[in-house]
Design a protein around this ligand. Structure first.
Ligand code: A2P
Length: 262
């Protein structure tokens, strides 16, 4: 079995995160256990969930049933913006549902409703300092919103998780995160792609793999942390294998310039 804890991406707090993660958005609690079991069997070691996904308890049970030790797993969960002001209760509930004493990454899922993310970020820093989350970061935040957090606290988010794919590629945004030492993690890599894009299909056909495989290989080529989601065992496996496909520089350049979709 391949172990997809590698390759890993270095984060600005000295830790690292497996480039491949298993996305669980929209996987129901009743189905997530089976999906996690397949993912772990295939070699995924990084699991991405969120309070809002309402599947943490199912993930917790699947992890308990697995023989893989906690130290070999990377677990991310996220704070819903509507829980601003209830940060401690929220992380405690996540830890209880996941049956772990800490998560590896805790993200602010979306900007908070009143637009002032700083008090929540301060609480997240406290949770990190209390050992409840090894790393903290954000999701769906703009560069300006991130800069506000940095200015107010001096703590740079380790990561920004955003919708990201070949058809949603903003090189300027990626560069701005890189300048700040913030890792870019992409969700919905397949839904946010146009799997019928002729240039993408041409590259896929020339290599005898699927267009989805090429999209995930593109994320890996850029060292974008990527979270393919599937409940289909064959796809869970092929999505992981795809991150090991090595694209040429020409192929990456071509994929960087595919038609964009909203
Ligand atoms: P399924 O769960 O039935 O496999 P994303 O990761 O971008 O959120 O995309 C998830 C969606 O893409 C799900 O509907 C999933 O369906 C589907 N999907 C997952 N892997 C593949 C693949 N390799 N090729 C095509 N569709 C896929």
């Amino acid at each position: 079995m391949t172990n997809y804890s590698q390759p890993a991406v270095k984060l600005n707090d000295g830790t690292s995160i497996p480039l491949l993660g298993f996305g669980t958005w929209q996987i129901k609690e009743s189905e997530v256990g089976e999906a996690i079991k397949h993912a772990l069997e295939v070699g995924y070691r990084h699991i991405d969930t969120a309070t809002m996904y309402e599947n943490e308890a199912g993930i917790g049970r699947a992890l308990q049933e697995s023989s893989i030790s906690r130290n070999d797993l990377y677990i991310t969960t996220k704070l819903p913006p509507q829980n601003a002001g209830k940060e401690t209760e929220t992380i405690d509930a996540s830890l209880e549902a996941l049956q772990v004493d800490h998560v590896d990454m805790w993200l602010l899922h979306w900007p908070v409703e009143d637009g002032n993310n700083v008090p929540t970020w301060e609480k997240m820093i406290e949770a990190r300092d209390a050992g409840k989350a090894t790393s903290i970061g954000v999701s769906n935040l703009s560069i300006d919103e991130i800069d506000e957090l940095i200015q107010a606290t001096g703590v740079v988010p380790a990561m920004n998780q955003v919708k990201w794919s070949t058809a949603k590629h903003d090189a300027d945004f990626a560069a701005k995160l890189r300048e700040r030492g913030i890792a870019l993690e992409g969700y919905s890599p397949l839904r946010a792609a146009n799997l019928e894009d002729p240039k993408l299909v041409e590259i896929a056909e020339s290599r005898g793999v699927s267009a989805a495989d090429i999209v995930l290989a593109w994320h890996a080529a850029h060292e974008y942390i990527v979270l393919p989601k599937s409940t289909t065992p064959e796809r869970i496996k092929s999505n992981a294998e795809a991150t090991r496909i090595e694209l040429t520089a020409d192929e990456v350049a071509m994929l960087d310039n595919l038609e964009q979709i909203d």
